[in-house]
Write a protein of this length. Sequence first.
Length: 198
Amino acid sequence: MKDHLVHFPDFHKYESNGLSVYLESGNGNQLPLLTRKYIQNLLKVNMEGPYGPEWPSEEKVKRREMVAPEARYIFVRQSSNDFIAKKNMEQDAGVECTHEAHNEDRLLGFVHYRFVLEEDLPVVYVYELQMEPSVQGKGLGKFLMELIELIACKSQMQAVMLTVQKANKFALAFYRKLRYVISSTSPSRVDPLVSLCL
Ligand SMILES: CC(C)(COP(=O)(O)OP(=O)(O)OC[C@H]1O[C@@H](n2cnc3c(N)ncnc32)[C@H](O)[C@@H]1OP(=O)(O)O)[C@@H](O)C(=O)NCCC(=O)NCCS
């Protein structure tokens, strides 16, 4: 029997690859103004390039989606104590410091997901997965997707789905690595988008 037990890591904290962060949940209709500004800014930093001339219209869509009551969030935060300690160490070592220390714990990224019906199947749909450039490639994206899969499993959803732009090769490679495949409902034949599912 023991062999059938599945062990999930402790998802409240992530301490690996030089990061020490914790997770916090949120809802689209209860986001503080500073958090909304943070999301808008990170989306612009990460997605303006891949979207190119489509960005201004896409940005409007994303701003509406961001605050929808059905939008669920998991935020990644670095405690300000850890952040200040790291910055002090960097300054002592003569590394130039480009960030101000904040009173509030610093956000490093987030995932926006929803429970939806996709062609009559209940699924968790990942609307956004965004990490700040400085923390990309440190395992946080994979960690958040594992948590989303756990949430989907515990909520008896049938799949995890998301849409990626075909041009976003980096994200496509990331999801493929996590075993996501092209969904049968994917718009990829007509759009520059591709839907993936697990
Ligand atoms: C895409 C993104 C969410 C990935 O998160 P991340 O924290 O940078 O990725 P991780 O460090 O968790 O990588 C997880 C795995 O994917 C692999 N991977 C990441 N990028 C890869 C790439 N370009 N090619 C191949 N493998 C890749 C990593 O090597 C890692 O594998 P490992 O566990 O065997 O080491 C993040 O880079 C990001 O926010 N990008 C900008 C926004 C974006 O494009 N979001 C997706 C839009 S749908």
